[in-house]
Design a protein around this ligand. Structure first.
Ligand SMILES: [Ca+2]
Length: 342
């Protein structure tokens, strides 16, 4: 996905002020100020201080205060369900959104029948790991070498890494793009930065919402009598607020009020580039539309037979301003929608 590392973060104030000064002879009514910006951190933990995790098995899953990371010893079970995990405090739920997650993982003991990992769950559920939203874990079965595995909701899609070394810190970065339903994964060796495994734009189904990180595993029979151990450090969970082309609420609707006509304007931040403006008119007999100071529609462009216009536009990367003045009768309306050229 192309948006990684290129979020819009331009300030609008100088630009908007400059644009408004061009129209200082008009009354300006600002109708909408949608924003786009950088990632929003929801949860961050480096385990230097007590992370306030809760575990059903605190003897096996605990904060290592001396080393400053979290430890999960994962045993398999002969009957029932094993709950060898610790749960983070809840953070703002991630639902229907693009997200960015990072963590460090080190598998210090590898044995089969137990699959320690990091699981993203709805922490309010009685048995949250039974219906994980997504997870990343260490996988070892008789038929496969020791690998990391990434599963989406229900394991609809899953991906496996090359063979994993013991006692090695891996830095894991997962980027999920909600509009396209695709995931990027990059694993590096934390000590050297060398790339270990990379996936790009792979299908990934995220159903439900997660507000909790679980470290460890929920185990089920059969029992092989084995144990695996993981260390986890430096967790980051963030919402990706990537830039958008048009305002977050579209179409924008401008309505002629009573009294003297006024200029209404809206400012938003855009990824910029070529696109179209679809302008629909409702009982509009005359008016002006300016985009970034350039006239899109003049009074001559309005006539009773024209209902919808599609115009080529080029938006600025950063703040854009549209100004509309309707000179017709009160109640006449114009709607504007911007779309990028694919
Ligand atoms: Ca640490």
């Amino acid at each position: 996905m192309k948006r990684r590392g290129s979020f819009c973060s331009h300030g609008r104030s100088f630009f908007a002020t400059a644009m408004m000064s061009l129209f200082s002879g008009f009354a300006i009514l600002l109708v909408a100020v949608p924003t786009a910006g950088d990632n929003l951190t929801l949860y961050q933990e480096d385990f230097t201080n007590d992370p306030n995790y809760w575990s059903p098995e605190p003897a096996n899953c605990y904060w290592d205060a001396v080393n400053g990371w979290y430890v999960a010893n994962v045993y398999d079970v002969s009957s029932g369900i094993g709950h060898d995990y610790g749960l983070s405090p809840p953070f703002a739920a991630v639902a229907d959104a693009s997200f960015h997650v990072e963590f460090d993982m080190n598998i210090t003991l590898q044995d089969w029948g137990s699959y320690p990992g990091i699981v993203f769950v709805d922490g309010s559920l009685t048995d949250p790991l039974a219906s994980f939203v997504w997870q990343f874990f260490f996988f070892w079965a008789d038929t496969v070498p020791k690998e990391f595995a990434l599963y989406d909701t229900g394991g609809t899609h899953w991906y496996r890494s090359p063979r994993v070394a013991k006692n090695t810190w891996y830095r894991v970065v997962v980027d999920y793009d909600h509009p396209s339903g695709a995931v990027d994964v990059i694993l590096t060796l934390r000590d050297t930065g060398e790339i270990f495994w990379e996936l790009e734009d792979q299908p990934f189904l995220i159903a439900g919402s997660f507000d909790t990180v679980a470290i460890g595993q929920r185990t089920a029979p059969p029992k092989y009598g084995r144990l695996s151990t993981e260390h986890i450090d430096n967790i980051l969970v963030a919402l990706v607020r990537g830039c958008e082309y048009g305002p977050s609420t579209q179409p924008m609707i401008f309505t002629r009020g009573r009294g003297k006509p006024v200029v209404e304007s809206a400012v938003w931040e855009s990824c910029g580039g070529p696109g179209t403006a679809t302008i629909s008119l409702e009982d509009v007999s005359s008016g002006w539309v300016f985009l970034n100071g350039e006239m899109l529609l003049a009074p001559d462009d309005f006539n009773p037979h024209v209902v919808t216009l599609v115009m080529d536009v080029s938006l600025i990367e950063g703040a854009n301003i549209i100004e509309v003045e309707l000179a017709g009768k009160p109640g006449s309306r114009i709607s504007v929608e911007f779309q990028a050229v694919e």
